[in-house]
Design a binder for this molecule. Structure first.
Ligand SMILES: [Zn+2]
Length: 354
C-alpha cells in the first residue's frame, strides 16, 4: 500500500477511469429504498448496506466512490417531510464513501466524489426556482468539500441552464469535476438547447469532463457520444443505463413492455418498477464500453441498472484486470456446456434438449 493518489485528470490522461453509478436502482432492488419516492435514506437507516455496495463496486473495478446523495437534496427532503435530516444524510453518505475510497483494494487510493444532480424544481426563466437550486447545490457541495471529497460529480441534468449552474458551483471549489447531462425523449434539453451545443457550452465554461449519463441505454446514447467526442477537446464521460432503449423511445422513462406493469400508478409504462425484462445483457454493456473507449472516451461507467457484474464488464472491456476478474465466467467447467474432460459424455450429449 502506497500513498499514491493521482487526481481525476491525471488518471484520465493516463487511461480509462471507471465510475459506478446507479445506486438508486440497486439499493431499491436490495430492499432498502422505496421506488418512486427514491430518497437515499439508506445512508442513515442502513449505512452498512450502502458501505457494502460501495465495496462491491470497488471490487468490480470502480476507481471512483461516488457518495450516494442523489435526490438527497433539500427539496426532496421537504417532499418527504424530513428536511431536518438533510445535512446528517449528506454527511453520512460522504463519510461512508470516503471510508471506502481510503481503503482501496489495489495500491492506489480511490477518489471520493461528492454528488449533485437534477433538482426537478429548476424552471426556465424563473429566477426564484433557479436561486433555490443554486442554494441547494452550494450547501451540498459545501458538505462534500468538508468531508474530504477528492472530486465532484454533477449528473442527470435535463435542463442545459441547470447543468451550467451546477458546473459553476462545482468549479468554485477548485476541485476537479465531471458534468453529465441526461436529455429526455425529445432529444433536446428541456430549455430548448440542442444536446451537442449544451456539451460545447459546458466545455466553454470550464468543464473538464463532459458527457452523458442516465435515461438512455447504449443504443440511444452512443450516437450522441460520437458527436460529442468530435466536437469537444476535453475528456468525455459515458454512463448509460442498462436498458434496451430504442429510437422510438430513447429513454427508459417511456420504454414500453408488452407485459405492462402492475404497480397501479397512473404511469402506463414499466418505469421504474417493471423494467427488468428490458435489461441489456453484460455483453451489450461490454460492447458499448469498448466502442466508447475506442472513440477516445476515458470516463466510463453504468448508471441505473448498474450492478457489480456490469462494472467489471466495463473495466475488462477496456483492458483492465480488477479484483472481481477472478470470478468472471468460466464456462469450461460448466456441468453440461463445459469442455472439462471430467464432464460425462451422457450429460454433454443432452445439451440441445436441456
Ligand atoms: Zn441513472
Amino acid at each position: 500500500m502506497t500513498n499514491n493518489k493521482r487526481n481525476l485528470i491525471e488518471r484520465l490522461n493516463a487511461g480509462p477511469v471507471i465510475c459506478a453509478e446507479g445506486f438508486l436502482f440497486e439499493i431499491e432492488k436490495r430492499g432498502y429504498m422505496s421506488s418512486g419516492e427514491f430518497v437515499p435514506m439508506v445512508a442513515l437507516d442502513h449505512p452498512e448496506v450502502l458501505e457494502n455496495l460501495h465495496k462491491e463496486f470497488q471490487h468490480a473495478g470502480s476507481d471512483i466512490v461516488q457518495a450516494f446523495t442523489y435526490n438527497g437534496h433539500r427539496e426532496k427532503m421537504r417532499v418527504i417531510d424530513k428536511e431536518d435530516l438533510l445535512e446528517p444524510l449528506n454527511r453520512s453518505a460522504l463519510k461512508i464513501a470516503k471510508k471506502i475510497a481510503n481503503n482501496p483494494l489495489g495500491d492506489e487510493f480511490n477518489l471520493m466524489a461528492g454528488n449533485i444532480s437534477n433538482s426537478n424544481i429548476w424552471k426556465q426563466d424563473d429566477k426564484k426556482s433557479q436561486l433555490e437550486v443554486e442554494k441547494m447545490f452550494n450547501e451540498m457541495v459545501g458538505w462534500a468539500v468538508d468531508e474530504g471529497a477528492d472530486m465532484l460529480i454533477g449528473e442527470t441534468f435535463y435542463y442545459a441552464e441547470e447543468a451550467y449552474k451546477a458546473l459553476q458551483v462545482m468549479k468554485q471549489t477548485g476541485l476537479h469535476s465531471v458534468i453529465t447531462i441526461a436529455p429526455m425523449g425529445e432529444n433536446i434539453m428541456r430549455d430548448g438547447v440542442p444536446i451537442i451545443d449544451t456539451c460545447k457550452e459546458l466545455e466553454q465554461q470550464g468543464g473538464e469532463v463532459v458527457g452523458m449519463n442516465c435515461h438512455r441505454g447504449p443504443t440511444t446514447m452512443m450516437p450522441y457520444l460520437k458527436e460529442i467526442r468530435k466536437a469537444l477537446m476535453c475528456h468525455i464521460a459515458a454512463l448509460p443505463i442498462n436498458y434496451r432503449t430504442t429510437n422510438e423511445n430513447p429513454t427508459f422513462l417511456n420504454l414500453p413492455d408488452n407485459n405492462g406493469c402492475n404497480c397501479k400508478t397512473p404511469h402506463k409504462t414499466p418505469f421504474p418498477t417493471a423494467l427488468d425484462p428490458l435489461q441489456c445483457n453484460r455483453y451489450e454493456i461490454r460492447n458499448f464500453a469498448k466502442e466508447a473507449f475506442d472513440l477516445g472516451i476515458n470516463y466510463l461507467g453504468v448508471c441505473c441498472g448498474a450492478n457489480p457484474m456490469l462494472i467489471r464488464e466495463v473495466a475488462e472491456a477496456v483492458g483492465l484486470k480488477v479484483p472481481a476478474s477472478k470470478y468472471r465466467e468460466n464456462m469450461a467447467n460448466h456441468y453440461m456446456f463445459g469442455t472439462n474432460k471430467r464432464i460425462p459424455k451422457h450429460i454433454k450429449d443432452y445439451q440441445d434438449k436441456a
